[in-house]
Design a protein around this ligand. Structure first.
Ligand SMILES: [Zn+2]
Length: 83
């Protein structure tokens, strides 16, 4: 079953992306806090919702190890997108 995502327009490029419904602002905020309090580099795949590691804060369109799509964004980048 495909969960409906959230459509977001990237202001920098004007691109419309669909963010997986499980990638919520709460999750992203929590990931940003984790980055500042640990050595983790969290990010999220907006296509499948999987959390990724070793992702720079401003990363965009990295390859997702779970689904193979180039839809992994850094937590801080997502925070800007979702906020
Ligand atoms: Zn994925």
């Amino acid at each position: 079953m495909r969960i409906a995502g959230r459509r977001i327009t990237l202001e920098t490029t004007g691109t419309i992306v669909v963010v997986h419904a499980t990638v919520t602002l709460d999750r992203v905020v929590e990931a940003c806090e984790r980055r500042s309090t640990s050595l983790e580099d969290p990010g999220f795949c907006i296509d499948c919702g999987q959390e990724a590691s070793q992702v720079e804060p401003d990363a965009r369109e990295y390859r997702c190890e779970s689904c193979g799509m180039y839809r992994v964004y850094g937590a801080e980048e997502l925070l800007i997108m979702l906020a």
